[in-house]
Write a protein that binds this ligand. Structure first.
Ligand code: TUI
Length: 311
């Protein structure tokens, strides 16, 4: 499975682990990188010094390339952007905004920059300002989502840019990987699948909730506030959506979600917390190691390719 993405990043398989807030810390990132994919540390809304420490810890666990995801709505984004350069991080991915203002600094330092985009327009802007690749993330994903599905978004982004495109959203097995390649992607990014791994430092209740999830179990809250977030349905999403439908203020709604992801990931409160997960959660039936996940993805995808293209 050699592609422009394995070449660009110096990794064995074109499989990237999503930079999930609270979930993607150094143990998970190092495990994915050691298994031949690209692990990411999710900076989320954490202070820059936490990110620095995570990068230093990951370096102790792996000598393979790994990256950091910056959530651009974070109040600490400017400082995290500098830590990336100071710590010699090889790859940065960005989410929930445009990283244009950091591009010059990162490119001068030789950092590979891969913005996550949910539209063709942003993908084109990112190519123009020097991005090395983009992640086209469909709205099947967990967390902060755009409008368009992976199936519709990926080929449109592929046609609009010349840099390699990585597909994300709705992928959790080798069939999804093969399908993404058929759409023109040169790599895949998976989030939810990597939450349910031995190495993910996530409360067992969260992993169990994903294992029990069915196809129709996710909900999107926050559309009215302009920050749509996909999570597994529970007491929180129920209350949120009924308040949102009755025209509650942004402040009232925020009270319901404040610290919600931490509550679910760290405390295991999967009733009142925010159990962010993608629509593919229903496909995930067992906890595995990151190495097992990656080996299975590759084996299944190669099986699909052989079946349809026997030569
Ligand atoms: O960023 C993500 N997923 C995330 S971030 C996150 S942390 C959070 N927690 C609570 C509330 C909100 C966020 C959880 N999940 N994925 C990448 C992504 N980026 N998806 C969509 C976008 C996006 C959307 C609009 C990127 C850019 C954009 O507009 C930028 C512009 O300037 O046009």
């Amino acid at each position: 499975m050699k592609t422009e993405i394995t070449e660009l990043l110096g990794i064995e398989y074109p499989i990237i682990q999503g930079g999930m807030a609270w979930v993607a810390e150094h143990h998970l990132a190092a495990a994915v990188s050691n298994a031949g994919g690209l692990g990411l540390i999710g900076a989320a809304s954490a202070p820059a010094e936490w990110v620095r420490q995570q990068v230093q810890e990951a370096k102790k666990l792996t000598d393979k390339p790994f990256g950091v995801n910056i959530m651009l709505m974070s109040p600490y984004a400017d400082d995290v952007a500098k830590v990336i350069v100071e710590e010699g991080v090889q790859v940065v991915t960005t989410g929930a905004g445009s990283p244009e203002k950091y591009m010059k600094m990162w490119k001068e330092a030789g950092v590979k920059v891969i913005p996550v985009v949910a539209s063709v327009a942003l993908a084109k802007r990112m190519e123009r300002c020097g991005a090395d690749a983009v992640v086209a993330e469909g709205c099947e994903s967990g967390g902060h989502v755009g409008e368009t599905t992976t199936m519709a978004l990926v080929p449109q982004v592929v046609d609009a840019v010349s840099i390699p495109v990585i597909a994300a959203g709705g992928i959790a097995d080798g069939r999804g990987v093969a399908a993404a390649f058929m759409l023109g992607a040169k790599g895949v990014q998976l989030g939810t699948r990597f939450v349910v791994t031995e190495e993910a430092v996530v409360h067992e209740n969260y992993k169990e909730r994903i294992l029990k999830a069915k196809d129709i179990d996710t909900r999107v809250t926050g559309k009215s506030a302009g920050h749509p977030v996909r999570a597994l349905r529970n007491e929180m999403t129920k209350k949120y959506l009924s308040l949102e439908n009755s025209g509650a203020t942004a402040e009232e709604l925020e009270l319901l979600t404040l610290g919600g992801l931490r509550k679910a990931v760290v405390e295991g409160d999967v009733k009142n917390g925010s159990v962010m997960a993608g629509q593919i959660a229903g496909l995930i039936k067992e906890k595995m190691t990151c190495k097992e996940v990656i080996e299975k993805l590759v084996q299944e995808a190669e099986g699909r390719f052989r079946e349809f293209m026997p030569q």
